[in-house]
Design a protein around this ligand. Structure first.
Ligand code: FES
Ligand SMILES: [Fe+2]
Length: 461
């Protein structure tokens, strides 16, 4: 039955509390989506493990669309194996053992006599978590399982069964998986892979290992993202003025976009199949590049953007960048395998290194690196204490909050996505031992040919 005029007051009376409620809902949503996630974003590793029962997360396997997407691009579900990954700051491993999960493998780390050891976290006896155990025999380099006291050394060899006495036959029979582990740059690194470990120097991020540079380093909390979504984001240079428009870096600056000509955002140079150098095609770091910038565009039938609100009184960043990486021009970003990026921050490099935890989680090692001495080093160290919090929560936090709620599956790629595609292909082709291991499984490793599609789309520019 249609409502008649006499029903209107009654309908309005019904509607107004609804309107109020909807405002409350909106506020609640805003609080939940923005402020609360901003404050509480990310878990500690301990909180992640706490939610599990018998070492199993409540998360299901990746959905079919996600698996198909990763298969199409030959990307691994939880990161490239056969690399050294950073785990934690050296000072974070003290007297108590620590558990970390990397690329789906649970590992117990402990330090004894100054030396760091790493073995599989599952006790081969009856499955207890070894990292919940103790350094019961300091100086012996061993760790003791909390359940029956089986005691292992850093090679994974069982050395003693406490409840069976010194004549137990078990120690000679039991050995668990041990992981190559090293300390460099005040960080603990672990080799995750099936091949023999390469010398760790090969895998340290290039800017961070230059002799004489200072590294200010921290690790983020655990984010609820599949690693590959963040991997794509590293090279997605065009999202910054939009997604990060309210970050401290962009808040007071006029937002500038580049009118497109259909070319990729970056020019790529590959260095030994290990590094991908990305230079802005339009010389974005040179002062004259300002000419190509558009501060306001009219989108037919939609409106103008950027809005360039009144408080944006500063121009876009145009200062020429400095660089201390040999063979890399100033201003170029550098992407490295298995999954890190160096972006230029004044005369320093900012590093973000993805550490995949499992199919649904990752954490990052972040660093500022440069030639810092004396007072300058002290000033940057103080600044870094603030930066490491605000950058995690506000800047890269904006990325993770988008990715946290993204789903992955079929994609409609535009010409600008050529950068992302290049990075995916570069990684798959060059990741250590990856092509070989995939081909041995019968995977032909043919990539989708999207060039025809990009060419058609480019014609409209
Ligand atoms: S489960 Fe580890 S000693 Fe029994
Ligand atoms: Fe971003």
């Amino acid at each position: 039955m249609e409502p008649c005029d006499s029903d209107l007051p009654r309908i309005n009376a019904l509607r107004s509390p609804w309107i109020k409620e909807s405002r409350v809902m909106k506020l609640r949503q805003l609080f939940k989506n923005e402020f609360l996630t901003l404050l509480t974003q990310g878990d500690t590793h301990e909180a992640l493990f706490e939610r599990e029962i018998h070492g199993h997360a409540p998360e299901p396997p990746l959905p079919e669309e996600a698996r198909q997407h990763l298969e199409r691009w030959h990307m691994p579900e939880q990161g490239f194996r056969n690399y050294w990954y950073p785990v934690m700051l050296s000072r974070q491993l003290k007297k108590r053992p620590v558990k970390r999960r990397l690329l789906g493998e649970d590992i117990a780390f402990w330090r004894d006599g100054g030396k760091v050891n790493a073995i599989a976290d599952r006790c081969p006896h009856r499955g207890a978590s070894i990292s919940r155990g103790h350094i019961r025999f300091p100086g012996s380099g061993t760790i003791t399982c909390p359940y029956h006291g089986w005691t292992y050394d850093g090679t994974g060899q069982l050395r003693a069964c406490i409840q069976e006495g010194p004549h137990s036959v078990m120690p000679s029979k039991v050995k668990t998986k041990a992981y190559p582990v090293e300390e460099r740059l005040n960080v603990i690194w672990v080799w995750i892979g099936d091949m023999e470990a390469v010398p760790i120097e090969e895998d340290l991020p290039v800017a961070m290992k230059i002799p004489g540079v200072a590294n200010l380093i921290h690790f983020t909390k655990v984010w609820n993202n599949n690693w590959s979504l963040l991997f794509d984001n590293f090279i997605d240079g065009l999202h910054a003025p939009y997604l990060h428009r309210l970050s401290p870096q962009f808040l007071l600056r006029k937002l500038a976009f580049r009118a497109l000509d259909g070319r990729p955002h970056f020019q790529f140079v590959e260095h030994d199949g290990k590094l991908l150098e990305c230079a802005h095609t339009r010389g974005a770091q040179r002062p004259e590049a300002r000419q190509g910038l558009v501060f306001e565009m009219e989108y037919p039938g939609v409106g103008k953007f950027p809005h360039n609100e009144w408080w944006r009184f500063r121009g876009p960043k145009m200062r020429p960048k400095e660089n201390f990486l040999p063979g890399i021009p100033p201003g170029s970003f550098v992407h490295g395998l298995p999954s890190y990026v160096h972006t230029v921050h004044k005369d320093l490099y900012f590093t973000q290194f993805i550490i995949p935890v499992d199919r649904y989680h990752l954490y990052n090692m972040c660093a500022l690196t440069g030639h810092l001495d004396g007072m300058r080093k002290l000033a940057w160290r103080l600044y870094y204490n603030i930066f490491s919090v605000t950058h995690d929560r506000i800047f890269i936090g904006q990325d993770t909050r988008v990715l946290r709620y993204s789903t992955f599956g079929p994609e409609r790629l535009s010409p600008l996505d050529q950068d992302v595609i290049y990075w995916r292909k570069f990684a798959v082709r060059n990741a250590r031992g990856y092509m070989k291991s995939q081909k041995s499984k019968g995977n032909e490793m043919n990539f989708p040919d999207e060039s025809a599609e990009f060419n058609t789309l480019r014609e409209v520019f």
